[in-house]
Design a protein around this ligand. Sequence first.
Ligand code: NAD
Length: 363
Amino acid sequence: MNYKIALIRGDGIGPEVVGEAVKVLNTVGEVCGHTFAYTEVLLGGCATDAVGKSYPDGTAETCRACDAVLLGAVGGPKWGSDKPAEQRPETALLAIRKDLGLYANLRPAVLRPAMAEACPLKKETAERGIDLMMVRELTGGIYFGQREKYETEDRGMEAADRMAYSEKEIERIGRRAFELARLRRSKVSSVDKANVLETSRLWRSVMHRLAEEYPDVSYEDVLVDNCAMQLVRDPGQFDVVVTENMFGDILSDEASMVTGSIGLLPSASIGDAAPGLYEPIHGSAPDIAGQNKANPIATILSVAMMFRYSFHLAAEADLVEQAVDSVLAGGWRTPDIAKAGETAIGTVKMGDLICEKIRELHK
Ligand code: NAD
């Protein structure tokens, strides 16, 4: 099959990690008989430098003409909060997600077997394993609600951010969670704050309706404060965790940390029709950019997610994940995951080893 992929290399370590992910794509293409055609898309600080805007006109159209989008990372001190909004890289990220209708953010938090020692939790907890999928609503809620800041007569300045959710928004993200659970261990944990928030009570009632439609999937409600505790007490209990935008923002970072390293974690943002966007969860790491020190694994595992969720190539996704596990099991480490005294390898060498392993495993 032929697939069209929009490549957003971005800023900082973005180009380095995307470079390794492209090597992996080409290797899988070669051994499995697929071809990938790439369209380069400028976005973020590099776009501001080139054309004066972080989100150049036509970006969404170019991405829509592709089957999937692979993004490295954007941002850096050069394009900080003192710059006007249209020059800031974060503006571009929010805009592309919105324009492509990417309402579901999927973040797996997996403790890879060879990395168990990197888990900051108790040894017995790590040994039970962690393999959960955080499904975060991405285009609604408080991050997109009306913002206000005004002077009061007697209390100084006051500010407000509105959180709103419609049944339709809740239902579409809920369905995604139940469908994903069917492909995994058939359990959905829906996180809310229904003891306080009206949006959460609506969220819960829609989720209960969906749960009846999916009797083969076990379902539970979890209050957000309890979920934050359970993620460090016993993360192995979770399979698919679905929640609204702000709770998901916070909990997905927490879930990531229990697996040990930011350099290993991929993500996908998907909608109903447009191409999915695949990216590592980390940022542009300006402190190590251009030094061949970045860990490319999160971006390479984002390619595995692209295979699974956009191209429906489950065997190819497994192949990439197995190659990564096998290279890690062989003791190879980039500096971010190397223990004191261990020799670390660079970005390019890590990419090469994973490609080699893909060829070996496919024989
Ligand atoms: P960061 O994720 O870039 O870096 C945090 C720390 O983790 C740094 O010490 C960095 O060196 C390290 N790190 C990150 N990725 C790594 C990798 N692949 N290999 C090895 N080490 C890695 O977060 P930050 O420092 O808060 O942000 C830096 C810039 O990235 C900011 O401009 C921020 O706005 C941007 N950012 C972009 C995205 C995105 O593009 N989706 C996400 C988060 C942050």
